[in-house]
Design a protein around this ligand. Sequence first.
Ligand SMILES: *[C@@H]1O[C@H](CO)[C@@H](O)[C@H](O)[C@H]1NC(C)=O
Ligand SMILES: *[C@@H]1O[C@H](CO)[C@@H](O)[C@H](O)[C@H]1NC(C)=O
Length: 207
Amino acid sequence: MFNARLLLSLVFIVPLATAQSSSPPSNLPTVDPGVFSAEASILINGTVEQVWDVLTDFPSYPEWNPFVRSQVVTNKLLVPESSQEPVEDKRLIITSQIPPLDPPVSADTPSNPLNTHITIENITHVQPELKRVAWKLYGSPDSVLSAERWSAVSAFQDENGINWAFYESREVYNGALASLVQSLEGEGLAEAFEAQAQATKLRVEGM
Ligand SMILES: *[C@@H]1O[C@H](CO)[C@@H](O)[C@H](O)[C@H]1NC(C)=O
Ligand SMILES: *[C@@H]1O[C@H](CO)[C@@H](O)[C@H](O)[C@H]1NC(C)=O
């Protein structure tokens, strides 16, 4: 007699197992989910080192990044550092476009002044061994608005044995103003994270 339960599990479990094996495990830390988050991830045909270099080469952001048009490492007095390497407890002055510019962009692509945001951030984590870095909105009490953006790059081999670099980035928003930010900027931020992920892929794959 044919076993309906076995058939059901074959039909439903096999596709699930396939979906799981093709979905890369996350290398982002587990953090409080907050009020909302903006995130994106993408598989890139390149090495983890190549993607990490693009992610942490802030001076080159204007050449390719449709979301973050400039990201400058500064000291505590907001004076730019001569080395633009990310270092914990240094500040960042970030000039971004929310929603993002239409890709592709170059250093000469004009920004839309109506969509320009300037924020000061603190570099909270630099983990080159784990290929993870994070920065957090500076100057606003966490109870009012907190926003920490983690980015990570990891190696992934798909079910066909092809090697990829897996780029992920997520910013979690919390505090009394987070739902206001979500209603004003939530959609634009989601587009912006996606645009940066796509542009990172193009940048690395075009190298
Ligand atoms: C990845 O790029 C290499 C060239 O660097 C190419 O030979 C290969 O086919 C690409 N792989 C995929 C899956 O696109
Ligand atoms: C900035 O981040 C560093 C590293 O996590 C931390 O030690 C420092 O207290 C932070 N600074 C501020 C002003 O929040």
